[in-house]
Ligand binder design. Structure first.
Ligand SMILES: C[S@@+](CC[C@H](N)C(=O)[O-])C[C@H]1O[C@@H](n2cnc3c(N)ncnc32)[C@H](O)[C@@H]1O
Length: 375
């Protein structure tokens, strides 16, 4: 069976592997930012549609050592049949990255890979496919480290965190796959409300609502990379899509609640939830963190408060964290609260003691995802 690689953000591999097992993938092998698995193309279609944590799914093609450009060219020409993935009419591009190698120029590396693909396709068909830097049909990835290279073809297209519902956001929105992973790390069982006290564009709650309705994260996307590959099988894709849609629920017996003091961002969150088809189960309200009271009897809080990456932000944010700490201690007793923060000092202002801690990356920033059980 062919091998595939599912990438995700650093820190999310454990959650990804857990999710892959739930989606029927056998024996995924964890790496620091993803997991390999052996499977068929139906698995690849299903993971692209249903994985909430994946960033992208790649099909590794070849691995080889090369010190010179003609070695690299020949290895690719000799050991990979590109007519399995491309037709002369397909447009493609190469994404190159390289470290600590004799062939160290990324642009040159991309050009050499392109030459090998184009020359091989011309030999086979008498015509060559064209390059498209924007919106190519097919994307290849070449990665080099210490003169060892790996070439892979992408099956996702746009990164999988781009679900298609978030057209509007405020400052520092969470990537959708990170928001989904946080919910999974909270061990929420999809059976009680989630409250977000600084909901911004609504990402955490929209992801949770989609989970509660069994709605696949990819249902609103217009396309996936695998649909442009020559090997694409429309019948298999229809079967995967129909089966996922067949699992969806229309309603659930509880709601999600999002608060933010910025009225404009609340309007954006509502619009995003409507596009995602989950607005009937999320209640968004404009409210300051200092004033919020529990909107329901029981639930959990999952929250991504601002953490001021910009200079000068920190002082004004101290008040927000003090207010958050006060609100939680005085009004949310008995609740479990999960907070993502990239600023350890500010977390000290909560005056609460965490009972569990995960390290995750929000972009390049190392963050902590902490659990507090409010007495
Ligand atoms: C990091 S953003 C949240 C982003 C959100 N998770 C998303 O994906 O869009 C923090 C949010 O906290 C809100 N906020 C800041 N201070 C607040 C306060 N005192 N009360 C309520 N909301 C506040 C901001 O308006 C901002 O939308």
């Amino acid at each position: 069976m062919p091998q595939f690689f599912v990438s995700t953000a650093k820190g999310l591999s454990d959650v990804l592997v857990e999710e892959m097992l739930q989606l029927g993938i056998k024996h995924p092998t964890k790496t620091p930012a993803g997991a390999f698995f052996e499977g068929n193309w139906e698995d690849v279609y299903r993971l692209n549609l249903c994985s909430r944590v994946a960033s992208r799914i790649l099909k590794p093609l070849i691995e080889f050592t090369a010190y010179k450009d003609d070695e690299l060219y020949q290895q690719i020409m000799d050991h990979q049949d590109f007519s399995r993935y491309l037709s002369p009419e397909t447009t493609f591009m190469i994404d190159a990255s390289v470290k600590e190698s004799a062939l160290h120029d990324q642009r040159f590396l991309a050009m050499k890979v392109k030459d090998a693909i184009v020359d091989q396709m011309r030999e086979t068909f008498g015509e060559r496919p064209s390059i498209a830097k924007a919106n190519p049909d097919v994307k290849f990835y070449i990665k080099g480290y210490k003169n060892r290279f790996s070439l892979a073809v992408d099956t996702s297209g746009d990164s999988l965190f781009m679900r298609g519902y978030r057209m509007e956001a405020g400052e520092a929105p969470l990537k959708e796959n990170l928001a989904a992973a946080l919910i999974m790390m909270s061990e929420w069982k999809r059976d009680i409300p989630i409250v977000d006290l600084t909901c911004g564009s609504g990402t955490i709650l929209i992801e949770a609502a989609m989970m509660a309705l069994n709605m696949s994260p990819g249902v609103h996307r217009r396309s996936f990379g695998f649909q442009k590959l020559k090997s694409y099988n429309e019948e298999t894709w229809s079967r995967v899509l129909d089966s996922a849609i067949g699992e969806e629920k229309e309603d659930i017996p509880f709601k999600f609640y999002g608060f933010d003091f910025d009225r404009k961002i609340i309007q954006k969150a509502k619009a995003n939830a409507k596009r995602a088809g989950v607005d009937h189960i999320i209640d968004f309200r404009s409210e300051n963190i200092a004033m919020v009271a529990p909107p329901c009897e029981r639930g959990i809080v999952v929250i991504n408060p601002p953490y001021g990456a910009r200079l000068g932000d920190e002082d004004s944010l101290r008040d927000v964290y003090r207010d958050l700490g006060f609100t939680l201690k005085s009004r949310f007793s008995g609740w479990d609260v999960f907070i993502l923060s990239g600023n350890k000092d500010l977390m000290g202002d909560l005056k609460l003691k965490a009972s569990r801690k995960h390290f995750v990356y929000n972009g390049s920033l190392e963050c902590r995802f902490l659990k507090y059980s409010i007495k």
